[in-house]
Design a protein. Structure first.
Lengths: 343, 343
DNA sequence: CTGTTAGCGCGTTCAG
DNA sequence: CTGAACGCGCTAACAG
């Protein structure tokens, strides 16, 4: 008969050390008020038995899990990977662990994970909301601290850490119009009902309308290939002078389309976008873009969450805006030489 | 006096519905063997009270947490983001949640998270090992199913899902030598004691030595800027004909260095590397690289883990090799036109 | 088909 | 300074 090898409990340690359970508990947690000799005995027993406290039992008892839940809309996207890294950094500083979820931009998956997280007794939740309605949150309103990142939830009034999408897009579009004199500019969107995409469109639209120019949007869906296909169509019938990609994937899609038909950026057509990325400053054309700082966004969001969890603080501001930075490089038509030592 | 608003328990539900605790438990779990009417009463009570089962208490009782732990070495790296996505995909299919950790390539952090995971009673662990020794695992040897990804752990004999780094680097180096006739090729490494980097170096070395060429390595550390600085130094004193970047960051660093001194890739110098990335096929120079499939690696690793967890299967193979794919584009000197419709 | 009772491993009164 | 007993919320015998 094979005896089930189960891990030693605090009781085993107590027996082995010849002390009571409480004493062991003290050594592990308080570490004070215990004689040095008995403390040593207990530590030896723990070592010998390979004892590890059971966090489940402890959490059940003290009603704290030291765990937060994080729902990311797409972890393969390096933008969100950086958000995650920022969150992790402040979580571990607060001695908290993270239960992770990838919603895949699917609201049903997000909802399911939210339920799991509640059942697992997380002490706070950070969400990058998927498109759709977050009204499922109403059921347990105010039950648990939450912070949203990058996008404002829909049908739910929550704290959100984001950038000024409208302003960023407005300024970059204005640059295209005023500095380079472009008059036909296409906005390449993914889905306009994703919060930041819509806001970026609004910024683009505002700049266009102020200059009495015609607004043109194309929805390009999610992948580089999708964006490429969407742009191909406008390259012949009514070729614009510039394309504004709503995120880095769409921007790359647009550039890919120009390459496909041997158009050169920015000579034949300009391409700019939201989101900077690591090769934007290295490969050609050097990308003109609105740069965000996702790592900082993650950190900030986590800090707001822990203010609620550990200090029980009430957060008045509902929207925290992290500044963007405009990177003027060559894909808009500017002259860019900062990479070079000699010209 | 503020009454602590704690969530309702199964007992509250039972009382509200006028049945016993066990009946409620049955409705939640078995869902069988219960009269329709009482079932309805219980469901109503659950709805009314906003009851959510406490997974902690359940786990403590049944000794299963339906949770695995994942330690990623750097989640901001999109390669590992894709690994993570693959893991998540099969985890949720098995109805498992993930506790996430980012080790930041720091072995001490990895070790600390491993301890946390054990205390939180995870049923399995996936690790992308940080450089250093994984000997800390010996303490609780065989306690829990584990799978490693991308890199073999050190001082520990574990199952690892990886690619054939040596062969990939060997074939690409051979291509450089035989097709393009380059004779001076520099290998730009991060840290040679990171398992795959060392293996890639071996592949490069083998190809060089077979052709009686001189092996040259530079260690470039972690960022694009680091790689750039490291390459700058060899651009004047003894300029090589080609550079082999050990990963996509070093490859970009090398290209950045060439740009800085107005060298054109591949006309003045060729640059190739390990790891393909999303803009490698879109921006110039189109990158020649050894492409891995990180998503698949994550999926595979998770599948191996769940074979151990849910089917108690013993995994004989210690090394699972996912095939790589060589992408011959233009940065090596090849003619690349696949992107274009007309030439 | 349903109710009672005893733990899961730990922290914490309340005595000693 | 230490030990026994209880309970966190839930499931699993074992009865009824």
């Amino acid at each position: 008969m094979k005896k089930q090898k189960s891990s030693p409990t605090i009781k085993d340690v107590a027996e082995y050390a010849g002390v009571s359970i409480k004493t062991v508990s003290r050594v592990i947690n308080d570490s004070s008020e215990v004689t040095e000799t008995t403390k040593k005995k207990v530590l030896d027993a723990i070592e010998k038995l390979g004892y590890r406290p059971n966090a489940l039992a402890k959490s059940l008892r003290i009603k704290r899990t030291y765990t937060i839940g994080v729902i990311i809309s797409d972890i393969a996207n390096s933008f969100f990977g950086n958000v995650m890294k920022g969150i992790e950094n402040v979580a571990i500083k607060n001695h908290y662990n993270i239960i992770f979820a990838n919603s895949d931009e699917n609201i049903e998956k997000e909802k399911m994970y939210y339920q799991f997280f509640i059942e697992k007794q997380v002490e706070g939740i950070i969400i990058i909301p998927a498109p759709g309605s977050q009204s499922y949150l109403k059921k347990h309103a105010g039950l648990i601290p939450m912070v949203f990142v990058d996008r404002k939830p829909k049908d739910w009034d929550g704290i959100v850490v984001k950038v000024n999408n409208e302003e960023g897009a407005y300024l970059l579009t204005k640059h295209l119009i005023e500095v380079h004199g472009y008059r036909s500019i296409v906005f390449l969107a993914t889905e306009l009902d994703i919060d930041p995409v819509g806001e970026r469109f609004e910024g683009y639209k505002k700049a266009m309308e102020e200059a009495n120019l015609k607004v043109r949007v194309i929805e390009g869906n999610r992948t580089i290939e999708d964006g490429c296909k969407a742009i191909e169509k406008v390259l012949f019938s009514n070729k614009p002078q510039a394309i504004f990609g709503c995120n880095h994937v769409m921007t790359l899609g647009a550039i890919k389309a120009t390459k496909k038909y041997s158009l050169e950026v920015p000579r034949d057509i300009a391409v700019v976008g939201f989101d900077d990325f690591e090769s934007g400053d290295v490969l050609r054309p050097y990308l003109t873009a609105v740069a965000q700082d996702p790592y900082k966004m993650g950190e900030y969001a986590a800090e707001l969450l822990f203010k609620q969890i550990t200090k029980n603080e009430f957060i008045k501001e509902k929207e925290i805006i992290i500044p963007v930075e405009l990177k003027f490089r060559e894909s808009c038509g500017c002259l860019y030489v900062s990479n070079k030592v000699v010209s």
